[in-house]
Design a protein around this ligand. Sequence first.
Ligand code: MEV
Length: 314
Amino acid sequence: MTRIPVQSSAPGKAILFGEHAVVYGEPAIAVPVTQVEATATVTPAAPGRGLTLIAVDLDQSFSLVKGPQDAPLVVAARLTLDHVSAPVPDATLTVESSIPIASGLGSGAAVSTALVRALASFVGVPLTAAEVSGLVYEVEKIHHGTPSGIDNTVIAYGRPTYFVRGAAAGPELLSVGAPFRLLIADTGVPSPTKRVVDQVRKGWEREPDRYGALFERIGGVAREGRRRIEAGDVDALGPLMDENQSLLVDLGVSSPRLDVLIEVARSAGAAGAKLAGAGQGGNMLALVRPEMLDEVAAALERAGAVRTIRTDVT
Ligand code: MEV
């Protein structure tokens, strides 16, 4: 069969409400961040060459058969080929990403999503968002240990998502009552999700009542966030983000740098701000009115943010 080159991409993501508590069954809301993305390109190779996987950003290249079988790219490719019952194609699969690694923006899930989509299309079996999300979740387990599934879901569906782990009805895609704008700022401090999730788990095992109560309150914030997003009550989202942030501080997942950027954003005119993702580094996000964006972004950069991203939630 003649194959033609295929390219697929996947966005980053930001968690608006509910990180960490979502691992324990509470709801959370995440949005795609299309200003950064992962891309996977598959091109045909000479017969007998097998599948070569190249991760441009990590400067890594290995063959599917001879490479480390627990490497996320190898796992993602194998799961995809098994899922569609296709033999290993003769091809080169290259992944690239503009999403900073370990920064709370879903780089791992986005790379896997782009790879799964591109490879399945290349072998002639395009997948649904639900199938892609399910396969990426399996890969995420290697990165994270106990992922809730929110990253693979929002990235594979590419829509604002209300997510409850294990919900029988699957993810609920939100209809946004009035669009709003987020400003995302990077502390520049990498923070692997698994490490922070493990720390929260230890805290919860030590003090189940205190952590359980915090998770429940965060879940309440996410439920209220959904109501306000759907109602288009944008002004009311800022205070809710602030409330979520103080609960995340109590969980021990903020950091001095995140605290500084969050405070700077609020003082410069953001309507609300919180960390985004696992915390202890990575990115924060702020709700900012369009006319205040330049001012808040400049203040964040002066305060040491290594990069800012503006994204619309629609
Ligand atoms: C990571 O993007 C969000 C966390 O809640 C972990 C997870 O949901 O798997 C910290």
